[in-house]
Structures are given as structure tokens and as C-alpha cells.
Write a protein that binds this ligand. Structure first.
Ligand code: GDP
Length: 318
């Protein structure tokens, strides 16, 4: 891939977008285009059109999305379906109109049916009902996958959809009302440690299983897909193994140095019982994740401390 290609990273301030920018820069890509939300509102169709008409973009990395954990999805279903659909429709169509040949769309493993055979192959998409707690979000992300496929089929574009498993890493969201489990547990364990509390409250029963991918691995997979000229399709991105939420809490407690008790609040939802991705498609092409959970957790906790460490006693730490 041309190191001078004009690459638009949509959502560059988010966890995925910022990892993409870091990785592209480190790999010597020089023409990275970014816009803040104030400069370009991706929900505004006319603004997106005029951006693509005036800016020469060769590749789009569509990492802008409304994302959140189990609680945020339950309380803001309209925002999750509307904002994600609007961003996808606006960006994908305007990119096509402007003659952009390549685009990578980022979804999530929750697009797959709730009761899937594990590990989940890409071909299981739309084979049965979705998990209710994030169905609006999943429907929007499935629409994104189908947009990519349809434009490729009708217009010969090369739009690829990557489905990462649960992500974590620098620039994650640590707000307990909207975050995913790993950043939530990092914050809770840290605060319990500094306050000298005896227990750490974990939502649900602790039995659901989740797989975790460091966002730098997703950025590496994205560059791999671009450099290997992967032209279309749906590709899972994960590590190939999962662990129970109880085990996750134990690992987080060790990484943070919290040695109190782990207790479960079973009034909170469990969500889908398991969503382990089958990552053999990308593996056959030659890519595998390389950041282990222990190493990734330690690095993420260091990032958390840099950002919030001085304000640890405040409820408004995040
Ligand atoms: P999901 O993967 O879409 O279900 O989203 P989450 O990452 O929000 O939740 C994953 C699992 O972790 C669910 O079973 C949650 O109940 C559980 N969990 C345990 N403690 C927490 C917490 O403090 N925050 C969140 N978001 N999830 C938690």
C-alpha cells in the first residue's frame, strides 16, 4: 500500500480510531486525515458529502460509532440504532460517490446470533435471533456489513468489514454508566484499592464468557488487511480464547493489586452467555493477535493511571 495514500480515519479520538492513527504513523503512513466532531459531524449528511467532495480521500477507516456497554445499550436504544445507521449511511455512500475505492468498516462480535455455536464463524451472521440487550446496536452494525457488501457487488468497491471481539486499551471509556466490563473493572478495582475497600462489585453472575482484544492488535489487523489487499467480506478479529467474567475480575484484581473480595450483583444483567470468535479466516491469511491479556491489562492500567491517577479519590475521575 502506498505510504502516501490519503487515509481518512473517522473517529480518530475514540479508542479504535486513535489506535489506528498511532499504528499508521508508526508504520510510516504520512497522509492521515482527521476531523473532530466539531469540524465534521458525521450525522450531518450534507456536511459529510461536502467533506468528501473537497478532500481527496483514497481510503476510509470508519471507526466512528456510538458505542457502550450493556447498561448504555439498555437505556439509549434509539441513540444506538439511529446514530450508527446515520454514520454508516452518510460515510459509506459519500465515500462511494467521491470515488473512494477502499474502506474498512468496524463492527462488533455482538452482530452474531445470541445462541451461536462457539467459536463463531463469519457465516453464522443472520442465522438466528440476536441478544436482546444490544439488538438495536447490532442491527445498525449488520446494516453496515450489508452496505459494504452491496456497494462492492453493485459498484465494484473494495469495502471490508472487520468484527472485533470486546476491545480494551488506551483511550477507553471509564464511565461506569456506559463503559464495557474491562474498563469498568479496572476503574472499580483501582478505586477499591485506593479507598481501602474490602470488596469489588461485579455485575451479573460472573458466568458469562467474553474474549478480549487489545485495540493495538485491531489496528495491526487493519493495516494487515489493507497491505494484503483484502478486497471484501466480513472478517472476525479476536484472540481465539475467552474467559468467564469471574476470571476477568480476578485477572484485573491481580493487575491492579486489589486483594479484597469479589462479589456479584445478580440484579444486573448477564447479557449473552458467550461470544467467542472463530478467528481462523484471518489466521489463514497470516494474521494473529499478539498482545496477551496480562501484558495488555498492565499497559492499560498504566494508561489509566496517566489519565486519571492524580484524581483517584474523586467520583468525577472520569
Ligand atoms: P457485552 O459484552 O455487550 O455484554 O457488554 P459489557 O462489556 O458491558 O458486559 C459484559 C459482561 O460483563 C456482562 O455479563 C456484564 O454483566 C458483566 N459485567 C460485570 N461487571 C460489569 C461492569 O462493572 N460493567 C459492565 N459494563 N459490565 C459488567
Amino acid at each position: 500500500m502506498d505510504k502516501n495514500a490519503n487515509i481518512f480515519v473517522a473517529g480518530h479520538r475514540g479508542m479504535v480510531g486513535s489506535a489506528l492513527v498511532r499504528r499508521l504513523r508508526a508504520d510510516g503512513y504520512t497522509n492521515i486525515i482527521t476531523r473532530t466532531r466539531a469540524e465534521l459531524d458525521l450525522l450531518d449528511q450534507a456536511a459529510v458529502r461536502s467533506f468528501f467532495a473537497s478532500e481527496r480521500v483514497d481510503i476510509v477507516l470508519l471507526a466512528s460509532a456510538k458505542v457502550g456497554g450493556i447498561l448504555a445499550n439498555a437505556t439509549q436504544p434509539a441513540d444506538f440504532i439511529h446514530q450508527n445507521l446515520a454514520i454508516e449511511v452518510n460515510v459509506i455512500h459519500a465515500a462511494y460517490e467521491a470515488g473512494v475505492a477502499r474502506l474498512v468498516f468496524f463492527g462488533s462480535s455482538c452482530i452474531y446470533p445470541r445462541a451461536c455455536t462457539q467459536p463463531i464463524e463469519e457465516s453464522y451472521l443472520l442465522t438466528s435471533a440476536l441478544e436482546a440487550t444490544n439488538e438495536p446496536y447490532a442491527i445498525a452494525k449488520i446494516a453496515g456489513v450489508k452496505l459494504c457488501e452491496a456497494y462492492n457487488r453493485q459498484y465494484g468497491t473494495r469495502f471490508v468489514a472487520l468484527m472485533p471481539t470486546n476491545l480494551y486499551g488506551p483511550n477507553d471509556n471509564y464511565d461506569l454508566g456506559s463503559s464495557h466490563v474491562l474498563p469498568a473493572l479496572i476503574r472499580k478495582a483501582h478505586e477499591a484499592k485506593v479507598r481501602g475497600e474490602s470488596s469489588l462489585v461485579v455485575w451479573g453472575t460472573g458466568t458469562p464468557r467474553r474474549e478480549f482484544l487489545h485495540v493495538d492488535d485491531l489496528a495491526a489487523a487493519t493495516v494487515f488487511v489493507l497491505e494484503n489487499e483484502v478486497a471484501d467480506g466480513l472478517l472476525n478479529v479476536g484472540v481465539g480464547e475467552d474467559l468467564s467474567i469471574r476470571e476477568v475480575a480476578e485477572r484485573v484484581a491481580v493487575a491492579i493489586g486489589f486483594d479484597g473480595q469479589i462479589v456479584f450483583d445478580t440484579t444486573k444483567p448477564d447479557g449473552t452467555p458467550r461470544k467467542l470468535l472463530d478467528v481462523s479466516r484471518l489466521a489463514r491469511m497470516g494474521w494473529r493477535a499478539s498482545i496477551g491479556l496480562r501484558e495488555g491489562l498492565e499497559a492499560t492500567y498504566r494508561d489509566f493511571m496517566v489519565r486519571y491517577g492524580s484524581d483517584t479519590h474523586s467520583e468525577a475521575a472520569v
